[in-house]
Design a protein around this ligand. Structure first.
Ligand SMILES: C[S@@+](CC[C@H](N)C(=O)[O-])C[C@H]1O[C@@H](n2cnc3c(N)ncnc32)[C@H](O)[C@@H]1O
Length: 190
């Protein structure tokens, strides 16, 4: 298990929101059934150590535009070393619309999020969701994960309500128990 995320979590728990990288099982679940294979423009939020990035690279079309947005400087540096061919914006995902324009695109087909939504306050959840709705094309997919215990938190419940209110279709995957802690995936269609 990578200790990188644990080290960054101890320094900045609110922004990292996890003590370990997501498992392979969760990474496979997050990229399945969201149309990555046919997407032209894909954005990843909060790649951390790149566990979702590896899965995206396995299934995306070679010609697809794919970029990641990571706010943590240490994780961004490590990501650039490991994935030199994936453009990495060291920025907040709140700025996703400008980043997509910088990539020469108008909208994204898929947004894959590794962000710890339940650790965010109401205002930050709203700003990040607003940016995501702005950046996704109609019919595009936003996918993110949540820890099971996060559903007991007010911020986790609030986030689920916001997804219901803002997307035309919302589904939840089965629970991935082989993850620390167990988690599930929200798939949302704009
Ligand atoms: C829970 S970790 C997930 C890392 C990885 N995707 C995984 O599943 O193992 C959350 C990641 O989101 C990043 N992050 C937090 N807030 C962010 C923001 N506003 N914009 C971009 N990245 C952010 C953190 O630095 C961290 O890398």
């Amino acid at each position: 298990m990578s200790l990188t995320i644990l080290g960054q979590f101890l320094k900045n728990p609110k922004h990292i929101g996890a003590i370990a990288s997501s498992s392979k099982g969760l990474s496979r679940t997050i990229v399945s059934d969201i149309g990555i294979e046919s997407a032209s423009v894909i954005l990843e939020y909060g790649p951390g150590t790149g566990v979702f990035t590896r899965q995206i690279l396995k299934v995306k079309r070679p010609e697809a535009v794919f970029a990641a947005i990571e706010q943590n400087p240490m994780l961004a540096t490590q990501f650039r070393l490991e994935f030199p061919d994936v453009p990495l914006y060291e920025d907040s995902a709140e700025n996703a619309p400008g980043i997509v324009r910088h990539l020469g695109a108008d909208k994204a087909d898929c947004v894959v999020s590794g962000l710890p939504w339940a650790a965010f306050d109401d205002g930050l959840q709203d700003r990040l969701l607003q940016a995501t709705l702005e950046v996704l094309r109609e019919g595009g997919t936003f996918v993110t994960f949540a820890y099971l215990q996060g559903l007991l938190l007010r911020s986790g419940k609030r986030f689920q309500q916001k997804l219901k209110a803002n997307f035309s279709r919302l589904t939840r995957s089965r629970v991935v128990w082989w993850n620390l802690p167990p988690a599930f995936v929200y798939r949302c269609e704009r």
